[in-house]
Write a protein that binds this ligand. Structure first.
Ligand SMILES: [Zn+2]
Ligand SMILES: [Zn+2]
Length: 85
């Protein structure tokens, strides 16, 4: 068993802010949402993952499977170590 840190969410606001900023950028065509996962190359529904919510326009595009795996690995954190892509 891994030692789990108590869950302290201090970035809740940043998270929703980051998401809305990202959506605005996609609407304005400032950011192109790719149709492939940047990790496994899978096509389909691609989700943006924020490694750092203080940088709302820096996202990693992942298929829902890779995204879920990533969050499972860092289940207590929305901000984990950078994904090694
Ligand atoms: Zn994937
Ligand atoms: Zn994510």
């Amino acid at each position: 068993m891994k030692k789990q840190k108590p869950l302290t969410i201090v970035y809740g606001c940043d998270k929703s802010k980051a998401h809305s900023l990202l959506h605005q950028a996609i609407k304005r065509d400032e950011i192109i949402r790719p149709n492939r996962c940047s990790k496994c190359g899978e096509k389909g529904k691609i989700e943006g993952h924020h490694p750092d919510y203080s940088k709302p326009l820096q996202v990693i595009w992942l298929c829902s499977q890779c995204h879920r795996k990533y969050h499972a690995a860092y289940s207590n954190f929305n901000i984990g170590p950078k994904l090694p892509i």
